[in-house]
Design a protein around this ligand. Structure first.
Ligand code: NI
Length: 150
């Protein structure tokens, strides 16, 4: 496991669409472990591969309930809405309010290459949406209101 460099706002890679992962290889498992290390080291609750310069569809999240890895994640159902604060490891000292679904049901592969679905509510739903946006080149400031840059 190793720490990777986090790309910052202004880096073109953050604006590109990440590509599907064809096979969950040992390299992908190492990538997932490195992403978790990098996220914990920066006190983040989520990280997407483009944020470390890799255009693959993989995100990691830990909202304090243990690590989650999503490979090729797809939101298959949403319900309700919530408005709340967000920040991003690629945009230090920037915050804003973002409207997100209150609940999201997501389908993905785990690091064993097995499909799973998870229903997230509140912060987990917010984190899943924020990280999947990264896979599509979207930054939270694109859709936020009351943006504060300290
Ligand atoms: Ni982010």
């Amino acid at each position: 496991m190793a720490l990777r460099n986090i790309r910052l706002e202004g880096d073109d890679i953050l604006r590109k669409r990440a590509k599907d992962i064809d096979a969950v290889t040992d390299r992908i498992k190492t990538l997932a472990a490195d992403m978790l290390d990098t996220m914990y080291h920066s006190d983040g609750v989520g990280l997407a591969a483009p944020q470390i310069g890799i255009l693959k569809r993989i995100i990691v999240i830990d909202i304090g309930q243990g690590p989650l890895v999503f490979i090729n994640p797809e939101i298959i159902e949403t319900d309700g809405e919530q408005v709340g604060p967000e920040a991003c490891l690629s945009m230090p000292r920037v915050s804003g309010e973002v409207k997100r679904p209150l609940k999201v049901k997501t389908k993905a592969l785990n690091v064993e290459g097995e499909e799973f679905t998870i229903e997230g509510e509140g912060l987990l739903a917010r984190a899943i949406c924020h990280e999947i946006d990264h896979l599509n080149g979207v930054l939270f400031t694109d859709i936020a209101t009351n943006i504060v840059r300290e």
